[in-house]
Ligand binder design. Structure first.
Ligand code: ZN
Ligand code: ZN
Length: 357
């Protein structure tokens, strides 16, 4: 926790802020250790303060890092902010990316005139993008757990089971292996349904000849995993095999390009060019990847509009896809740690086209 808070206060100095008001709960958890559903923190070079309401006082006593002063506040935690601030005139950053306009107006009303409110959304997210060894350990364990659940589900076969049955079985298996919950609603999408990148599992049986896109992840100790494999139920058609091989080459090209110093936009372009050269540029409509950590979608981004540059400690997905409306979808996604000199894939499943009954 201390390393995280210090990295944050370095950023505050760069932004010329005295203190930051942290209101988004994942950020509060990241900085203090608190996992309850009502809590705020105020952090500066000489300020570490946390407040929650009476329901969570005991939980906070157990979880919040001892370097923080803990305060008990009313249910409306914004009322406590002014008591947590250092004396004198203060520039206070607030999370404009997550705070409602109404809350901001209320905060302004509650604070004395000596406090200047400065929009400062995204600062904690920038710190969160670089994982420490403990966080990487949690993500790696979640990824391995999700791998094992997938292998188990595939052993039972896909043909004749509905998409929803497979999704439910996968999620149940992850929980049995110790996952707190799936890190997002699993996608199991067969045949033409696989052409929707965010398809919801249907009560429709998987047929022989379908490609099946399976995108799933486990949450363990607060940290998420995220992986996609596309599996052939029965013998795939030749055109399906060709699309699969194209997406796989794009995935491998993108993966090879993941290392410190590479702009997210350029890594995206490396994979995108492979798909364009294969004639399917217009069928790859999403970014190549995203950061994963306490949230399943976080910084940095690998996409055509990304301004992020990869750094050691980033954990990102590499997930190109080709979606042919009404026919089929293929997506292949790995979860990757950016290391000092390259990358390390955190999940372990083969990417050869797997054919199952
Ligand atoms: Zn995914
Ligand atoms: Zn993803």
């Amino acid at each position: 926790v201390m390393g995280r808070v210090e990295r944050l206060t370095d950023l505050l100095a760069e932004e010329e802020l005295d203190v930051l008001l942290v209101t988004e709960l994942v950020n509060v958890r990241y900085l203090t250790g608190y996992t309850g559903t009502n809590g705020i923190a105020v952090i500066g070079p000489r300020t570490r303060a946390f407040a929650t309401d009476f329901r969570y006082v005991e939980q906070a006593a157990e979880q919040v890092h001892p370097s923080f002063a803990r305060a008990r506040a009313s249910l409306d935690l914004l009322e406590a902010v002014s008591d947590l601030l250092p004396p004198g005139s203060v520039s206070l950053g607030f999370d404009d990316a997550n705070m409602a306009v109404r809350e901001h107006a209320r905060l302004r009303e509650l604070l004395p005139g000596r406090v200047e409110l400065v929009p400062a959304g995204g600062l904690v997210e920038r710190v969160r993008a670089v994982k420490d060894a403990e966080e990487v350990g949690h993500i790696r364990t979640a990824a391995k757990l999700a791998d094992a659940a997938f292998e188990r589900i595939i052993r039972d076969g896909l043909i004749g089971r509905t998409e929803r049955e497979v999704a439910v079985a996968l999620e149940h298996d992850m929980r049995e292996r110790g996952a707190r919950r799936p890190s997002f609603d699993s996608i199991v999408a067969a045949g033409g349904h696989g052409a929707l990148p965010h398809a919801q599992p249907r009560d429709v049986p998987i047929r022989s000849g379908d490609l099946v896109v399976i995108d799933w992840g486990a949450e363990l100790d607060g940290y998420c995993s995220d992986c996609t494999r596309t599996v052939a139920a029965g013998e795939p058609r030749e055109d399906a095999r060709e699309v699969y091989e194209l997406v796989l080459s794009a995935q491998l090209a993108g993966l090879k390009d993941v290392r410190p110093g590479r702009p997210g936009r350029e890594v995206d372009a490396v994979a995108r060019e492979v798909i364009e050269a294969g004639g399917h540029g217009e069928h790859f409509g999403h970014g190549l990847g995203h950061g994963v950590g306490l949230a399943v979608h976080e910084s940095p981004r690998l996409s055509q509009r990304s301004e992020d540059v990869l750094a050691p400690g980033n954990v990102v997905t590499v997930e190109p896809g080709v979606y042919l409306p009404g026919r089929l979808g293929v997506r292949i996604e790995d979860l990757v740690l950016v290391t000092e000199d390259g990358h390390d894939v955190l999940n372990g499943l083969s990417k050869r086209l797997l054919t199952t009954d």
